[in-house]
Design a binder for this molecule. Sequence first.
Ligand SMILES: C[S@@+](CC[C@H](N)C(=O)[O-])C[C@H]1O[C@@H](n2cnc3c(N)ncnc32)[C@H](O)[C@@H]1O
Length: 487
Amino acid sequence: MAELLLAAPSEAAMGKYYDKLATAGKGPGVKVEQIGGVFGKGLFADKNFSEGELVLREPMLVGAQHENNKADALVCSLCFRYVGTLELQIGRRLIPKLDGTDKYHDQDDTGSHSGGEEGSDMDFTEDDEDRCGCDGKPKKNKTISMELVNSLLKGELHLPDSERFLLSPITNCPGGCSEDVYCSDVCADEAWRAYHSLLCTGPNSLCVNKTALVKFKDHARDTNDIFLVAAQVIAGTLIRARNLASELAKTSTAKGKGEAREARDILLEAWEPFAMGHKKVWWEAVALPDDVDPSQGDAFREQFKELANESLTNLKEAIYDEEYSSLFDLEVYGQIIGMFELNNLEIVVPSPMEDYFIHIDELPLDRRADAAKITRSFLDALGSEYATYCSGTGFFALQSCVNHSCRPNAKAFKRDEDKDGAAILLATRNIRKGEEITISYIDENRSLEERQGMLADYGFTCSCPRCVEESSMKIFSSRSLAGMLQP
Ligand SMILES: C[S@@+](CC[C@H](N)C(=O)[O-])C[C@H]1O[C@@H](n2cnc3c(N)ncnc32)[C@H](O)[C@@H]1O
């Protein structure tokens, strides 16, 4: 039965799925159509768009904040909106810097910022000891006390004007785990219903083996956090299949009809959103790095397969369901991650700290001096990465259909009002109804050779009109040159 999940969907099935999305009001103004050949399907304008206009705003189907970004940004696990208070966000970032557990940032990064007054009447610790930097030179590191950071975390210390930068209060996970927090009951309930009830490590978790689930998560954090997103696909499909089965059982009993639909058909229906992104398995989809000898390609790919197998073994122990056993097939798991490899969007949500410190910097002089007495030391202690963005990866139903062009007509871009992880596409020029919407996956201001090299990492050779034109011009000019050189 795994073969059914691995099969590419028919054009009819795709048409039905994307029509369903359109009917549900997802992506108004755009539609998915088959192009064929190397392009497969693409996203098309269903109305005229003006330059700068919003073409698409779409929440992710599955996604996760990167593990190495979690200390930098406390965000809603479902929509990636910053939560808590500005004080909490700053305090959380300072703890690892102060207790030396910061694995991901330069410990000697003291930064230097304008707008502050020297000195402060707060209880700051000026640590002026000489420290040895990795360049061998002594560095002067200015820091603040843990006591002060704790008062930020406890909400006892309010930063000036922070009430102008209110974030959504934290909603805890309904399952009681401490790993995930939300910006509202709506997000908490939606995540719970969509996949988290099976992936929660809290007391109300519905997984079958919590020890195995913890092991699965630890393995993912230590190796590749994409496994956490793949688990959302498996858990989500399982939950949808079970819900469909119980709905069908109810209706067939009520109507006195015979057997309910087979588990096979139910699973296929539940799998639908991910069947559409059908691609290669992970170990075939990954690009071979330059430093790997092509003769070692098979061994390199085998390592990915082995890693996926380790991960799946733990996940299977944690949430296995015999009825839908094919969901736990290694090739299916590999295909989900391969689909992410080729389709996922790197999600970025700007930090409210950036706006906050800019705000302080732009206060009228008299107020700025007072405010900076408090904020300056925090800013210095945070260092130059004071406003590191929230970053993660997500899979989107419509955005994942957008093809690349080296002469694109849209771009992924967050506007000031976009405070969550939704995919945003803006028109970079006027787009007529019926035109394909394209973005550039790379820096398109490069030469043909450089662009093709960069796109090789995405696993394809670009056939966009610009590449076709430039390639044919290159062939033409090399032929002319060859003609001129003929005796
Ligand atoms: C994010 S998906 C876009 C949707 C895809 N066309 C589909 O049918 O699912 C990216 C894939 O589309 C194809 N593709 C996108 N842009 C292309 C281009 N300019 N030239 C050739 N293939 C392209 C490649 O197969 C690539 O891996």
